[in-house]
Design a protein around this ligand. Structure first.
Ligand code: WTA
Length: 659
């Protein structure tokens, strides 16, 4: 960790302000940012209360802004009522936005479909009516397992319209993961597709649903609604399975939105923590939507004329806040992309920016780093070959962006004219927390800069004391904020333990290491818990370990991350088999089996990059696995640390060979 700290702290380059953006930005100049920040800091409740009244449409106005009486289970606007879908769609109906394009959908094969706000509204209403006629109502929970599609947004919005809490499961998760989530959330409805199309391939989805629902614990699911994406032959369970196009048939294009309390759970999204079981992060309706909308203005400076593009999948929080909810509440036109950045060529993103005249582009460092490599190996894929002059703001999310990747993004994609908004946030925070404001904040490559208005952060040490500038510590958020996680679904104790442990003294513990420089700019140093960040996806080491030890050949496993120049981190698994340490072809074959197994247990994103076999793992005499040592071994670096406490030093040699 220390070398990473040194490198960021010596960064002296500063860019901006960017006049082109600043001149008519929602927040223009640092004085405006400070004024807004101070207003919120001086009167937190007054600030958020005003924002909520001015920016959301309430069917019943709230009288209380923040309730701290049951901390850390904070509530916001708790006696107010609203409907999230009405706040994203109906609000635009009697305005010029009604006929504006809401979504420009580009399919994997390049085919483009567009819907206006009015059309989107009608599609959402039709599906909501269909769900209603099938008996679904406020308080029910649905699983959405759909590819990137207008249908996915329609499904989420239709659930929101009826007060059905959705839980979107990323299409890359296996049937086993789907089953776990389905059970944990207590779903009665699943919305899926026959297949998804990515990178020129058709990938089945419905079979995973069938498998998940054949396992015990999911009997409550009454219907599986299937969107026909490719027309593949799929198994069908009469009475349970329904085609989306059939249920929509004849449904009226108007559906009264169901008012829900501001605290009503809009969605539950599972994310990795430091134990084997993913956490169901529960989000509210009112507070969540407020921050989703405000950050569209603050961070992306969204304007009526913008063409916004967030490349995340709706299966992750970024796709929730910055595809399904934020842009719609803001009345923005957005691009939605079905495919992958490298198909048919690694120039796909640049072509799409050019084709659709994208003005705000928001992607992950992993994508940037892989496209840097691709454009270095073939000049035809370099962004300079494309007309990217429509861009005015470019953003980054999901993992720390290293200064070199930042500079390349700024120089070649943003052409030194577009501010880079490096947004730090989490599934749990619901929306951006630390980010530059494009018309205000001077930028330093690699820093997510400063907190948004209404957010007070701190960096503390193990005893909860604030650390001075230049010193690393744990990132905390000191005051509640509207879009914060409300609880872990069904496990309030775990919520308290994970995010408000006694050491954090009542602050929200983010799980990231960070430090501030002398200007107060924040530099994120990565996770402090056993959570890896692989290609911007969170992955618990314990999750992968549990999957590995569930295999019949495996006696014990330890998983660590190894820095990787493209994916940020790579999964390295150390495995002890119930048989002697395999060698050569046999080892390679077992490694292949174990990788496939992890793919089935969790999903392809969790497959270990490397597997190393040993007759044991390095342990202390008291039997604790020495993970720090394993991290060094995974990087093939010389061991400098003291191994005298190691019970079995000889096995270190075995663990150098990877498969
Ligand atoms: C990491 C994604 C550095 C961080 C929105 C956090 C970042 C985790 C950044 C959350 C950033 C996200 N700079 N690190 N700009 N953005 N992270 O829940 O470790 O999938 O805790 O939410 O990603 O990942 P999650």
């Amino acid at each position: 960790m220390s070398s990473a700290i040194d490198s960021v702290m010596t960064e002296t380059r500063v860019f901006g302000p960017f006049e082109r953006v600043a001149k008519d930005a929602h927040v223009s100049g640092m004085d405006a940012y400070r004024a807004l920040y101070d207003e919120a800091a001086d009167d937190l409740e007054g600030f958020w209360g005003r924002q909520a009244r001015e920016n959301l449409i309430w069917s019943k106005p709230f009288t209380k802004v923040l309730n701290e009486s049951n901390a850390p289970f904070y509530t916001w606007f708790e006696d107010g009522e609203l409907n999230v879908s009405a706040n994203c769609l109906d609000r635009h109906l009697n305005t010029p936005v009604a006929n504006k394009t809401a979504i420009i959908f580009e399919a994997d094969d390049g085919q483009v479909t567009q819907v206006t706000y009015k059309e989107l509204y009608e599609r959402v209403c039709k599906l909501a009516n269909a769900l209603k006629s099938l008996g679904y109502k406020k308080g029910d929970r649905s699983i959405i397992y759909l590819p990137m599609s207008i249908e996915a947004v329609v499904a989420m919005q239709a659930c929101a319209r009826l007060g059905i809490t959705h839980s979107v499961v990323f299409g890359g998760f296996s049937s086993k993961s789907l089953h776990e989530r389905c059970m944990d959330v207590g779903a009665t409805l699943v919305i899926t597709a026959d297949e998804q199309k990515r990178g020129g391939r058709n990938i089945p989805l419905k079979p995973a649903v069938d498998e998940a629902l054949s396992m015990p614990g999911t009997e409550a699911v009454r219907h599986v609604i299937v969107y026909r994406r490719t027309g593949a032959d799929i198994a069908w369970k009469e009475g349970r399975d329904l085609w989306l196009h059939d249920v929509l048939e004849g449904q009226p294009a108007e559906c009264e939105p169901v008012a829900v309390g501001a605290e009503h759970p809009l969605f539950i999204l599972y994310t990795s923590g430091s134990t084997g079981k993913p956490k169901g992060v529960q989000h509210s309706s009112g507070g969540y939507l407020l921050s989703a909308l405000l950050t569209m203005r603050w961070t992306f400076d969204i304007k009526d004329s913008d063409i916004f593009w967030c490349t995340a999948d709706v299966g992750w929080v970024t796709g929730h806040t910055y595809i399904a909810y934020g842009p719609l509440a803001a009345g923005a036109t957005q691009i939605m992309f079905e495919g992958v950045p490298t198909y048919p060529t690694p120039a796909r993103f640049w072509q799409m920016i050019e084709r659709h005249k994208c003005t705000i582009f928001y992607t992950a460092p992993t994508a940037i780093r892989s496209l840097i490599k691709a454009s270095e190996s073939n000049d035809e894929h370099h962004p300079k070959k494309f007309d990217l002059t429509s861009l005015r703001i470019i953003g980054s999310v999901g993992e720390p962006i290293n200064p070199e990747a930042w500079m390349w993004y700024f120089t070649h994609v943003g052409r030194e004219r577009c501010p880079v908004v490096d947004t730090w946030w989490q599934t749990e925070t619901g929306s951006h927390i630390l980010t530059p404001l494009p018309g205000a904040t001077p930028l330093k490559p690699g820093s997510c800069t400063l907190p948004l208005p209404g957010i007070e952060i701190g960096i503390i040490d193990e005893s909860g004391e604030e650390v001075p500038p230049g010193k690393g510590g744990f990132l905390v958020i000191k005051k509640p904020w509207p879009s914060m996680i409300r609880t872990i679904w069904g496990d309030p104790e775990r919520f308290k333990k994970s995010y408000f442990p006694p050491e954090a003294k009542g602050y929200y513990l983010a799980g990231d290491g960070a430090q501030r420089d002398k200007d107060g700019y924040v530099w994120i140093m990565g996770r402090i818990d056993d959570v890896l960040n692989v290609s911007g996806h969170r992955l618990g080491t314990m999750e992968v370990e549990s999957a590995l030890v569930a295999h019949e050949l495996v006696a014990e496993a330890a998983v660590v991350g190894r820095p990787d120049s493209t994916t940020g981190e790579a999964v390295v698994a150390f495995v002890v088999l119930k048989r002697p340490v395999p060698q050569g072809d046999e080892a390679a074959e077992i490694a292949r089996q174990l990788r496939d197994w992890v793919g089935k247990e969790i999903g392809p994103i969790a497959k270990p990059r490397e597997i190393r076999f040993g007759e044991n793992l390095p342990k202390t005499r008291s039997g604790k696995i020495m993970r720090r040592l394993l991290r060094v071994v995974a990087q093939n670096e010389t061991i400098t640390q003291d191994v005298s406490t190691l019970e079995n030093p000889a096995i270190l040699d075995q663990l150098t060979k990877s498969y």
